[in-house]
Design a protein around this ligand. Structure first.
Ligand code: FAD
Length: 365
């Protein structure tokens, strides 16, 4: 029987993150909501405590504390402000991809992503016409004598305008799904430009932009793994990413219950039970990933359950707690807005159901 209960180190990292969230995020969320500011100094502070690379080796400046600790840290940061949690999640994901699949030059960039030297990393998979159907991407990499030339536009890219490094997925020589590859592109590379920041309904302190790649020349060693390995890398990264977003949704649930309590709405055992069930599912997926066991199914179940729970809980509180919950000055209304996108990124709820059905089919033979 797998023990999914966090140990003292996992708990300590969650408590450290909760402390930072209480000191900084809870004091600033209202201003960030208003100004849509990307809080670079706060992200540096998280980095200085290791939170931008919780499951990354100490060799690269990470905490090397594992996936359960990572989940606890994301839950705590999302409790403080879910917008900061998504920036943290994507940075951790980019660093983990480089650690797992990068060559020496690419890995050498990880300390910059973890130390706060660059505010964040970006994961450039989605396009305007290919979100759920990632394999339908149009971005292309043309071979040259010295490397590749990238062309294409990536949509909805978290931290895009501020990223120190981009993982960019593209077909090679328009070769279709089997040619999809991933490239490591550093900030400042000529030909990389951005659209205006998206005016989102929630998570205003996260930056979301179109990132354009116009004749971007990269060396041959910008390729991560081999040509044609990109789709597999993306799917593996998204499995891990789903644990992050499920943890973010859980942090939202914790904050919702607490804030609703402040205005006199007492959670029923039904809601407390749903939130704790979500936490158990998230820890189970995290533990499996930590043990290097298959976790695709468990990560999708956790992400689906936790994100749907956050939205449904928010709706219920708005319906039952009285008008105060909906006032702009109240953190509750922000949490309700912020919850919605946890059902979209890292795969929508409908996509999670497809993954779950496929994985169940495999297990049942
Ligand atoms: C705030 C934000 C940040 C994001 N950050 C990033 C990022 O950093 N990097 C990145 O690469 N992407 C990012 N994304 C993109 C995100 O991953 C996509 O929005 C998501 O995968 C859905 O794709 P789509 O928006 O194109 O919707 P579509 O794929 O067009 O889906 C539209 C609707 O159809 C449903 N649907 C689609 N296919 C099926 C199917 N086969 N069966 C049943 N229903 C289906 C979907 O569930 C959805 O409800 C971000 C998105 C948002 C909103």
């Amino acid at each position: 029987m797998m023990n999914i209960v966090p140990n003292s180190e996992h708990k300590a990292i969650g408590e450290l993150a909760r402390g930072l969230a209480g000191q900084d995020l809870r004091k600033n969320w209202a201003r960030w909501e208003e100004t849509h500011e990307f809080p670079v100094e706060t992200l540096k502070k998280l980095a200085s405590h290791g939170l931008m690379g919780v499951n990354v080796s100490k060799e690269f400046g990470g905490l090397e504390a594992g996936v359960v600790a990572y989940s606890n840290a994301v839950q705590a940061i999302a409790w403080g402000d879910p917008a900061i949690a998504v920036t943290m999640c994507v940075n951790n994901m980019v660093a983990e991809v480089l650690q797992e699949f990068g060559d020496e030059r690419q890995k050498a960039f990880i300390p910059k992503l973890l130390s706060g030297q660059t505010p964040a990393g970006s994961f450039c998979l989605s396009e305007a016409g290919s979100g759920s159907d990632a394999a339908g991407m149009q971005a292309n990499a043309r071979r040259t004598d010295s490397g590749y030339v990238l062309n294409g536009s990536k949509a909805w890219i978290t931290s895009g305008e501020f990223a120190g490094a981009y993982l960019v997925w593209a077909q090679v020589e328009n070769g279709g799904k089997s040619s999809i590859s991933v490239f490591f592109v550093e900030e400042g590379t000529p030909g990389v430009s951005f659209g205006a920041p998206e005016e989102k309904m929630g998570q205003h302190a996260s930056n979301t932009v179109v990132v354009n790649f116009d004749d971007v020349e990269v060396p041959a060693d910008a390729l991560v793994m081999d040509v044609g390995q990109g789709f597999k890398v993306a799917m593996m990264a998204l499995d891990g990413g789903r644990i992050g977003i499920a943890s973010q949704a859980l942090g939202i649930c914790d904050a919702l219950l607490e804030e609703a309590g402040r205005i006199g709405w007492a959670a029923s055992s039904y809601w407390s039970g749903r939130v704790e069930a979500a936490r158990a599912l998230v820890w189970r997926a995290a533990k499996l990933k930590e043990e290097k066991a298959p976790f695709t199914y468990e990560a999708s179940v956790a992400k689906l359950y936790a994100s749907e729970c956050a939205s449904a809980l928010g709706d219920t509180i708005l319906a039952e707690a009285g008008i105060e919950a909906a006032l702009n000055s109240n953190f509750l209304q922000k949490l309700v807005r912020d919850a919605r996108v946890t059902r979209i990124y890292e795969g929508t709820s409908e996509v999670q159901k497809i993954v779950i059905a496929r994985e169940l089919g495999r297990r049942l033979g």
